[in-house]
Write a protein that binds this ligand. Structure first.
Ligand code: C5P
Length: 227
């Protein structure tokens, strides 16, 4: 059977990873969450004190890049991939609003992007992969057989993310989450290197008014047609 590359891009908190995971499971493909890789580097920089609210020492981070190793391991209980930073499982820590607040500044650094894009390219060598992020259809896999661009209103996205963070026990306000979503989209769309864009051949999916099931059915059909 022919295997393809499925690239899923879009704004923050549009449910890209939810649909990507469902799709990978159904097709027996590998799922790669590239946002987790940028978040892992952001966490590294935060721990080292290279970045906080008032400063970012890009030079120090760039010097450390060769020593930063990001991998995934499957959690045997859930069957899902979890992110490792230099062999430490950091899956929980990278999902906090604190990391979300710094990650877009880290992701705007070309040296960071070059490192991660190279690794992502290698992950797609055998195809049979669903990858989500911001530049997958435009930069990482410009020849992907299927490209999706997911979007929804900022209000819908912030509501979903707020509920998710609350359920995980984070002490956040809806306004904080909304501000973060809008702010990240702004930085991601206006950066010089690989800005968030819909690839011209990507199919746009606005899921503001779709249930998860409706969205999945629609996307699975597109995938089956592309395979
Ligand atoms: O997908 P997620 O929201 O976890 O991504 C976190 C951040 O990582 C994004 O807001 C963006 O700044 C960055 N990112 C990126 N390119 C990707 C994936 C994520 O710049 N391919």
């Amino acid at each position: 059977e022919k295997k393809i590359i499925i690239a899923i891009d879009g704004h923050s908190s549009t449910g890209k990873s939810t649909v990507a995971k469902q799709l990978a499971k159904k097709l027996h493909y590998i799922y790669v969450d590239t946002g987790a890789m940028y978040r892992a580097i952001a966490l590294y920089a935060m721990r080292k004190g290279y970045i906080d609210e008032s400063h970012f020492d890009q030079e120090k981070l760039e010097k450390d890049l060769p020593e930063i190793v990001i991998n995934f391991e499957i959690n045997p209980d859930t069957g899902l991939a979890e992110a490792l930073l230099n062999n430490e499982n950091i899956e929980k820590e990278i999902r906090t609003l604190k990391v979300s607040k710094h990650v877009s500044k880290i992701a705007a650094v070309s040296a960071v992007r070059r490192k991660l894009v190279e690794q992502q390219n290698n992950m797609g060598i055998d195809k049979g992969i669903v990858m989500d992020g911001r530049d997958i259809g435009t930069v990482v896999f410009p020849n992907a057989e299927l490209k999706l661009f997911m979007t929804a209103t900022a209000k819908d996205r912030a509501e979903r993310r707020y509920i998710e963070l609350k359920e995980r026990g984070e002490n956040v306000t809806y306004e904080d989450v909304l501000m973060n979503v809008v702010n990240r989209d702004h930085i991601d769309s206006t950066r010089k290197d690989s800005p968030l864009r819909k690839a011209s051949d990507a199919i746009k999916i606005d899921n503001s008014n779709l249930t998860l099931q409706q969205q999945f059915d629609q996307i699975l059909k597109l995938a089956q047609t592309a395979i």
